[in-house]
Design a protein around this ligand. Structure first.
Ligand SMILES: [Zn+2]
Length: 219
């Protein structure tokens, strides 16, 4: 295989994936070999390898793929590559994607009676600003291509989705933005669970509209 040497920007992104992977793992946002991180490149995309622990990634062994999902270099990609591809294909502006099995988001994803169009309420301005409306993707078994199709149907309008009985898939313009949004989602899921059974005042429509107009949000 003819592989061009990675240039400076790609090397910077490889190091950034390793750094954020370790940080997410060390803070308990993903466990074992769960979760995966990807970044868009000029000539394809990088994805964390299959069965890799996010706390112990090697920048030189990240999977590099083309847009047909074929391997260009590195270790075999995560089996959840198709979740990332579905998101990138619908979102031109997505520069990176983070998928976690983070505890509180995963707990919410297992609850019954959620609004599938909007499964976490507007508890804080930061959740509205970083996530907006969060749709719930119906359960599919791991690796089921129908899950990619379900994400494709929602990703055009949503930068993040929650997979039922599984966890969140969050995109951002950069890896930093995707990680911060995934963390905001996790914190909001935690607040949502902490507040269950308590009277709660949510942001009202006027407050949400103000955020949308001041911060130019589209959802
Ligand atoms: Zn997963």
């Amino acid at each position: 295989m003819n592989v061009k040497p990675a240039h400076g920007e790609e090397n910077r992104l490889r190091e950034q994936i390793v750094r954020y992977g370790r940080s997410l793992f060390d803070r308990g946002l993903t466990a074992g070999a769960s979760g995966n991180i990807s970044v868009r490149l000029d000539d394809g995309w990088l994805l964390t390898p299959t069965n890799a622990c996010l706390g112990e990634l090697d920048p030189g062994r990240l999977a590099k793929l083309d847009w047909a999902g074929r391997s260009i270099s590195g270790d075999p990609p995560s089996k959840e590559a198709f979740l990332h591809r579905a998101m990138y294909e619908e979102r031109d502006g997505a520069g990176a994607i983070v998928h976690l099995h983070s505890t509180h988001s995963a707990a919410v994803s297992c609850m019954s009676g959620l609004d599938h169009a909007d499964c976490l309420p507007p508890l804080t301005a930061y959740f509205v600003m970083k996530i907006g409306r969060l749709p719930l993707v119906p359960y599919h078994r791991p690796g089921d291509p129908a899950l990619g199709e379900a994400i494709r149907g929602l990703a055009g309008k949503h930068s993040a989705v929650l997979l039922a009985n599984h966890g969140p898939v969050v995109s951002g313009t950069s890896l930093e933005a995707a990680v911060y949004a995934a963390e905001e989602l996790e914190e909001t899921a935690k607040l949502f669970l902490l507040l269950r059974g308590s009277p709660v005042s949510l942001l009202n429509q006027q407050q949400i509209d103000e955020l949308k107009s001041v911060f130019n949000l589209s959802f």
